[in-house]
Structure formats: C-alpha cells, structure tokens
Design a protein around this ligand. Structure first.
Ligand code: S6P
Ligand code: ZN
Length: 194
C-alpha cells in the first residue's frame, strides 16, 4: 500500500544485512540463475550440496508511473561457481530507453554492460564509485572479493521494468573469472550461442 505524501527518510546501516525500511525484498539463489554461469558442472556440484543465496535486493515500493523513481540496495555476497564470481542475473530495462544510477557503498567488483546491438563495456565498481547506466545498456554486477559483500545503492524510473530474457538467451559478451588468483575479464565463449 503506497502512502500519500513525503515518505519518511531512513538511515541505511551497512552492518544490517536485512534493512527493514524497504517494502520489497527479493532473494536470488543459485538455482534461479544457474544457467548464467559458464561452468555447469561446478554449478551442479554446488547444487547437490546446497542452494546458496547469491544476493538480496531491497527496494522501495512506488507506483509504476512516469516521474516516479524506485530505489534500494543490493547485497551481493562473495563466492564463486568454478572460477566465475558470484554475480547478479543482469537485465535490460523493459522500457529500453530508461537509465539507472548505481553507487557502491562497500566492496569491490565490476559492472558488465551490453547493448542489444552487441556493444560491450566493463567498469570497475568499488566502494565510493558512482556508475551511470545509460538507456539501452543491460547491466550486471560481479563481486570479485573473496570475503566481502558488495553493497550498492540503485535508483531508476519506476516504470522501467525488467527484461531478463535476452540476457538469459545469449549472456553478456564478457565474463569476470578468477585467473591466477586475480579477476580477469574474458570473452564469453557462449555469447549468442543459445
Ligand atoms: C533494477 C536494478 C537493481 C537490480 C538488482 C538485481 O533495475 O538494476 O535493483 O535489479 O541489483 O539484479 P537483477 O539483474 O537480478 O535484477
Ligand atoms: Zn536495472
């Protein structure tokens, strides 16, 4: 239920991994995005033992109307599937011509971006960094820390919506994997293949 008037401000405590000031909460486990990882054998091995939570998203509730914004915070936990770091599913906005702002509050990693036409970009994303996601760019965040949760704030038009299908079908052009103990940006061997 959306209340009229000015919503009360709130303080985000980074040590609180379950902030209660947001109306929406989505938990994503490995099983929901398993096909996005390169090493399916490694993923299957993990899933035989457990179905780990990869990230939690907390967001405000606002009407999906022109002029409204949604904002919130994502906690992307550390870990790997094979050599590939934990990452968000990644999406285009359903209304492609909508942008988004991300602000990293804690941790280190990358944002991977693609356009429908196949342009690609990878931006470092660590504490204090603000990234602007222009209209038309799909976006995914990758946590490359061994032990720290990557926490970021986001804000975008409330009517933007999410389109996960194209990314689910073809992936992003670039993957972030561990090589010799360090993050490496590599070409996705399966891009466009499925
Ligand atoms: C929404 C915004 C974030 C992500 C969240 C999880 O436009 O970009 O709230 O939804 O970080 O990512 P994903 O790809 O699973 O929605
Ligand atoms: Zn988005």
């Amino acid at each position: 239920m959306i209340k009229l008037g000015i919503p009360p401000g709130s303080t985000l405590d980074l040590d609180d991994l379950a902030p209660d000031q947001f109306e929406e909460h989505v938990t994503r486990r490995l099983s929901e995005i398993v096909s996005h990882f390169r090493d399916q054998e490694a993923a299957d091995l993990v899933l035989k033992q457990e179905d780990p939570v990869l990230y939690d998203v907390y967001a405000s509730e606002r009407p999906a109307l022109d002029g409204e914004l949604l904002y919130g915070v994502t906690y992307l936990y550390p870990g790997k599937i094979g050599s590939e770091y934990f990452m968000t599913k990644g999406h285009f906005h359903a209304i492609l011509e909508t942008a988004e702002v991300y602000y990293c509050l804690q941790g280190e990693g990358f944002m991977v971006l693609d356009t429908p036409e196949g342009d690609s970009s990878v931006e470092s994303f660590s504490r204090g960094k603000i990234l602007y996601v222009p209209p038309r760019w799909a976006h995914r965040v990758v946590n490359t820390s061994n032990d720290q949760t990557l926490v970021f704030f986001f804000v975008y038009p409330a009517n933007a919506g999410h389109d996960y299908e194209l990314i689910a079908a073809r992936g992003f052009r670039k993957l972030i994997v561990e090589e010799d103990g360090h993050p490496a940006i590599i070409d996705n061997p399966h891009w466009l293949c499925e």
